[in-house]
Write a protein that binds this ligand. Sequence first.
Ligand SMILES: [Zn+2]
Ligand SMILES: [Zn+2]
Length: 91
Amino acid sequence: MDRKTRLRLRVLERDDNLCIDCGKYSQVVHHIIGRGHRGAWCIENMVTLCSACHRDAHNRAARERHVDYLRKNYGYIYSGEPWEGIITNLG
Ligand SMILES: [Zn+2]
Ligand SMILES: [Zn+2]
């Protein structure tokens, strides 16, 4: 199993295979900061979403909601300036 597959499974396990927005069962993993914006393959940048919520995930309000969710588990990384800067810059 390669690293990306393992990461994907860890994210799904952390979120109990439930969409963090609506609670529906899902196997879709979303990068909060997209790879085109230097988003990392790390669990601190990935959340489980159902396909319906995923369609609505690439806007500022959704992104801030997802960051809030992860901040509870990974406060150390989300309190930093670089991350906030990336969120803000994506508008
Ligand atoms: Zn959903
Ligand atoms: Zn996505």
